[in-house]
Design a protein around this ligand. Structure first.
Ligand code: FES
Length: 166
């Protein structure tokens, strides 16, 4: 999938960008929220998007690239509409995270860091997402937790997400 919109923010995103820069003392300090905005706009932050953000903020491309490659929350390649980050750190693993990953793999027919051919689902694994008390858990699209997972509840979630687009 190519980066959409020729890596230019929409007018609304440009307005948001200009507004958010007013909250930071320097353009460099606005890098993380600008990358977050870019990911929302483009779906991922590949090299063209990184160069665009570098130009917007007047920063060296190498600096933007270093930040993008440091933080796993930034996607350097396209992901599906539904990104499933299953925590496989200690608490979750002790409470069955591997079985959760396996049941997703079997249901979707993809491996870790793969996307279904229809572009709907990407399966990933994550380090601790700070919800150890409700392990095992997964995060959907980086902003919603599903906790105390069982194979049954995980497959139900996948079915519900699949049906949203049916
Ligand atoms: S170990 Fe999974 S949320 Fe902490």
């Amino acid at each position: 999938m190519a980066q959409p919109r020729e890596n230019q923010f929409s007018e609304q995103a440009l307005r948001e960008f200009e507004e958010l820069t007013t909250h930071y003392p320097t353009r460099q300090a606005a890098l993380l929220p600008t990358l977050w905005l870019a990911q929302r706009e483009f779906g991922w932050v590949g090299e063209p998007a990184q160069a665009y953000v570098a130009d917007l903020l007047g920063l060296p491309y190498s600096h933007v690239r270093a930040v993008v490659t440091f933080y796993p929350m930034f996607h350097q390649k396209p992901v599906g509409k539904y990104l499933l980050d299953v925590c496989t750190n200690l608490s979750c693993r002790l409470r069955g995270a591997d079985q959760i990953v396996d049941c997703i793999r079997r249901r979707l027919g993809i491996g870790i860091d793969e996307t279904t051919p229809d572009g709907k689902f990407t399966l990933a694994v994550a380090e601790c997402l700070a919800s150890c008390g409700t392990a095992p858990m997964l995060q959907l699209n980086q902003d919603r937790f599903y906790e105390n997972l069982t194979e049954e509840s995980t497959l139900k979630l996948i079915d519900e997400l699949s049906q949203r687009d049916a």
